[in-house]
Design a protein around this ligand. Structure first.
Ligand code: FAD
Length: 151
């Protein structure tokens, strides 16, 4: 049963990544096209920094998911890594969706106008299903301690 969860956590991580990427794509396109004070808001440093952080965190989540999938395909232990990639990707995706809504402003929370709003409603489930973030932290911490005890 626990082995099944290990595999499922990669899937939830990948689902979170897809949702986060959709929210980011929406925010980037909007920021590059929506003008305030004579220029696209993407050129305002505060917005640009947010976009940079969102893209960086999504890239890190993507690499964690690829690496965990590689370990699974190679038949190597991947319990800790699957908990880590699920935990990280789901929290990154939730943060990304919240930031995307912030970048869109009022139109961001209008139901059905931009995809970021739907992502924001849906993405939280990735922090709950297949074990909550607290449970992922428990799994990771126990595995870390076990690895030291073995030595
Ligand atoms: C969209 C969705 C799809 C789902 N699909 C499935 C499915 O297909 N199959 C299936 O079996 N389940 C499924 N679930 C259930 C999901 O796995 C559980 O909701 C999840 O594991 C949390 O359990 P719970 O809701 O009973 O919360 P609880 O266990 O009651 O937890 C409530 C809160 O307490 C915290 N908590 C509980 N225990 C501890 C602890 N020891 N230490 C620290 N914090 C703790 C939790 O992190 C959470 O914040 C799904 C859930 C969602 C939202």
């Amino acid at each position: 049963m626990l082995i099944t969860l290990d595999g499922g956590r990669i899937s939830i991580g990948a689902m979170a990544l897809g949702l986060g990427q959709a929210a980011f794509d929406c925010a980037l396109k909007y920021a590059a096209g929506h003008k305030e004070f004579g220029k696209p808001i993407a050129y305002q440093q505060g917005i640009g920094f947010k976009l940079a952080d969102m893209a960086t965190e999504l890239e890190a989540a993507r690499l964690m998911i690829y690496e965990t999938s590689r370990l699974k395909d190679a038949g190597k232990p991947f319990s800790r890594q699957s908990a880590m990639c699920k935990l990280f990707a789901s929290e990154v995706a939730t943060r990304t969706a919240a930031n995307a809504i912030g970048i869109l402003g009022e139109v961001g929370i209008s139901i059905g106008r931009y995809p970021a709003e739907r992502v924001w409603r849906d993405v939280k489930l990735c922090e709950i299903g297949e074990g909550t973030s607290e449970i992922q932290r428990l799994v990771i911490a126990r595995d870390l301690v076990k690895s030291v005890e073995k030595v």
